[in-house]
Design a protein around this ligand. Structure first.
Ligand code: FES
Ligand SMILES: [Fe+2]
Length: 333
């Protein structure tokens, strides 16, 4: 197998096509449903530039485009919070929690204007094992997209892990460069020396099927990871560590900038355990950040025209080959 042609990581036209064909057509991890418990609690996020939010209403969680129907302003700031009504900051139009337009101030006489014509646009929402997923125009049911993950973590008590913290990390490389990096352990000796010495690298294994790349390695004494790292098509990850797990969503900001939205979950959320949790999170983030420099430099080499596609390791880069084949199957690469 050969690596993808670098044009796929640097072209704005291919990026636009990725946004439509992949990010517009798949379920995207929004976060823990437990973060929306009280009426008005919301999470606002971007899916490859498309602003969306989910809000708890008296009838359960609803999800909408975070786009004002008047002149297109953003309704709720990105992140999480609580609102009573949904008020556009621009000209103060107000919507109810069900998306219906409630109030249009200072409008003037207009016999053709009907508030009922200007409800918020909805997006699809689905909950799976405590995770909220949203989709703009999903091509398949969430369960089909999740593929092999459901049976892989069937016996893992993820509902017992409580959401503790979200972290957003931004770096200058295409989302596919970061994904290529995440789905192989080949770079662990070179890029993560401390992590390398904490696992039995000779026993590192990678398998890929049904929308999931699974990487495992027996941890040595003292490693916080539990030795299993999962990536799911098209752009999210789940890794197990002692007493909990993290998830991440790999979200493109544009064709050469990416954000990771990491969330950390723990079984023991007691005050006594706070410093231990903080250390696990800090150690996780340190390993994650070690990947950025090599991804940024690779992006520059792809942009320069100085790279021709090289070969992929049968022993260690099956996940890269799998991800890149999924990209080809989605069309456009
Ligand atoms: S753009 Fe939102 S009220 Fe005008
Ligand atoms: Fe890495």
């Amino acid at each position: 197998m050969r690596n993808l042609d670098p044009i796929n990581y640097v072209s704005t036209a291919i990026h636009s096509s990725d946004v439509n064909r992949i990010f517009g057509a798949t379920w995207q991890l929004l976060g823990a449903a437990s973060r929306l418990t009280r009426r008005g609690d919301y999470i606002a996020a971007e899916i490859a530039g498309n602003k969306v939010f989910a809000v708890m209403t008296k009838d359960g969680i609803r999800a909408f485009r975070n786009v004002c129907r008047h002149r297109g302003a953003r309704l709720l700031p990105e992140g999480s919070g609580r609102c009573t009504t949904i008020r556009c900051p621009y000209h103060q139009w107000v919507w109810r929690e069900d998306g219906s337009l409630l109030n249009v101030p200072w409008w003037g006489d207009d016999p053709d204007f009907n508030k009922s014509d200007w409800s918020l646009d909805t997006v699809e929402l689905c909950e799976w094992r405590g995770f909220l997923f949203i989709a703009l125009a999903p091509e398949m049911p969430l369960a089909d997209q999740l593929g092999a993950l459901a049976s892989e973590i069937e016996s893992e008590p993820i509902e017992r892990y409580q959401w503790v913290q979200e972290e957003r990390l931004v770096f200058d490389a295409n989302w596919k460069i970061y994904t290529d990096n995440f789905v192989e352990g080949y770079h662990i000796p070179g890029i993560h020396p401390a992590f390398h010495s904490a696992i039995e690298f000779e026993k590192f294994e990678t398998t890929a099927h049904e929308g999931m790349v699974k990487m495992t390695a027996p941890p040595r004494e003292g490693l916080f990871y539990r030795g299993k790292w999962l990536w799911m098509w098209p752009n999210w990850t789940l890794s197990l560590f002692d007493g909990g797990m993290n998830t991440s969503r790999i979200n493109p900001i544009n064709h050469h900038q990416t954000e990771l939205i990491y969330n950390f979950y723990f079984e023991d959320v007691s005050e006594d355990n706070a410093s231990k949790r903080a250390k696990v999170i800090a150690d996780n983030l340190a390993v994650i950040r070690e990947d950025f420099e090599v991804c940024v430099a690779t992006q520059k080499n792809y942009e320069s025209g100085g790279y021709r596609p090289g070969p992929l390791s049968p022993r260690h880069e099956a996940g890269v080959a799998y991800f890149q084949q999924k990209l080809r199957d989605a069309g456009g690469q």
